[in-house]
Design a protein around this ligand. Sequence first.
Ligand code: FES
Length: 152
Amino acid sequence: MSAVDSGAADRTDQRRAARPARDGRVRETGRSRGIDIGAFADFEDRKMRSVEVGGMELGVCRWGDEIFVFRTACPHEGAPLCAGFLQKKLSATLVDEEPRLEVDEESPVVLCPWHRWEFDLRTGEAAWPGFKMRTYRVTVEDGRVLVSMGRK
Ligand code: FES
């Protein structure tokens, strides 16, 4: 790449980085872009809490090295999911007519505080068919958590 091409690329990057955001918190780093909701280290492992982004309340859950972001209003009747319970996904099957409980350590689920419906944080799917909580694409760059508000 020539020096002229390199300068053109630098100017393009500066224009992107300088683009104003509605809430002043949009950050662009490399190829990704999203709303900066805080430092990854500030989210306590295996805990949920809510953050406000552009007037909307989002739930955030860190699960080991991963982090999940979701709309905190339950799709059933609007309960605040962050006031619910976080746990590992459990499933029960019958093996030789004996019940067997399995624990999936890699799959966090949220239990709604009002009616205890269960939502998978990876997919948003409810254990009850036909309902899904809204989840958002999230990345961590330079230790910051960035959320894309488009559909996952
Ligand atoms: S409001 Fe969440 S399950 Fe009913």
